[in-house]
Design a protein around this ligand. Structure first.
Ligand SMILES: [Zn+2]
Length: 113
């Protein structure tokens, strides 16, 4: 429940293969419906840290994200990984399940402090 952020980038839909304006939902940094693009810096709420997931300044974080509807085929719900380096959204990839977010009970993992 609650607020999340989105990352917007052109990428092929995993359902139909058409390059679409892919939208990924994620919870990390300040969760406040921020709409980001690749290479954007994450925003943190320094006055109210309870609105943040994680802490600013980690060298490498991987976030579990989920895709919104494809505008072409309506496919949705694919799992993705977002890689964040030094609080900048750098890259995405389809989630190959090599990270265990379930056991971590978290939607993100700090890979390098
Ligand atoms: Zn599609």
């Amino acid at each position: 429940m609650g607020l999340f952020n989105t990352l917007h980038l052109p990428a092929p839909c995993l359902g139909c293969g058409v390059e679409i304006p892919l939208v990924l939902q994620f919870k990390y940094a300040e969760n406040w419906q921020h709409a980001y693009k690749i290479n954007d810096q994450l925003r943190w709420n320094s006055r109210h840290p309870r609105y943040n997931d994680g802490k600013p300044g980690s060298a490498h974080v991987v976030i579990s994200a989920i895709s919104e509807d494809c505008p072409v085929c309506k496919h949705d719900g694919d799992d993705y990984l977002i890689h964040v380096y030094n609080d900048v959204l750098i890259s995405i990839e389809p989630d190959d399940q090599r990270y265990n977010f379930f056991d971590a009970k978290s939607d993100f993992l700090v890979l390098e402090q």
